[in-house]
Design a protein around this ligand. Structure first.
Ligand SMILES: [Zn+2]
Length: 169
């Protein structure tokens, strides 16, 4: 694995990060779908302090794919297998595809149910890269928020996404 998992992610901001690679202009002015201009990925890891175990995930949208294509989520326990897990609907929500667990309709509900489970005591870590564009981060504020300065501004322009109130622009 190439990403260094070393930045702790606030649970409060987790969904912003998890969904950031899939935000941005995806339609032209006539509402025709546009393909993604580059690969977009975000790696995050859930650590269970109690049992000293972790699971690492990678959310991935390939260059050339459309908003209506499923997003791939890989668990890094298996090295090469990608499993399409969710698809973005018209409201910009990530709907789970053929989920075994029918309690959850959206990817974020599933992730929130995991991280909010007190029994498991999860902590979330991610690589020192921008959640939206994947560029390496060095600015302390950017590292704290896991978003670069340009992408923070871009996300503010996108009404679907909530950016940290503590962001220092
Ligand atoms: Zn960025």
């Amino acid at each position: 694995m190439t990403n260094i998992i070393n930045v702790k992610v606030d649970k409060e901001h987790f969904l912003t990060h998890a969904l950031a690679p899939f935000s941005g202009a995806e339609e032209d002015e006539n509402e025709n779908s546009l393909p993604s201009k580059r690969d977009k990925k975000w790696v995050f890891s859930l650590h269970n302090q109690k049992e000293n175990t972790h699971i690492t995930y990678r959310t991935y949208r390939k260059k050339g794919e459309y908003r209506s294509d499923p997003i791939l989520v890989e668990t890094l326990t298996s090295t090469t297998t990608f499993t399409p897990l969710a698809r973005m609907n018209k409201n910009g929500e990530l709907e789970l595809l053929g989920a075994d667990d029918k309690r959850f309709h959206l990817l974020e509900d599933l992730l929130l149910s995991i991280i909010n489970n007190e029994d498991f005591n999860w902590e979330i870590f991610a690589g020192n890269k921008c959640a939206r564009c994947g560029r390496k981060l060095s600015n302390p504020t950017s590292l704290k928020l896991l978003l670069g300065t340009v992408c923070r501004k871009q996300l503010l322009l996108n009404s679907n996404v909530t950016v940290s109130k503590t962001a220092n622009y």
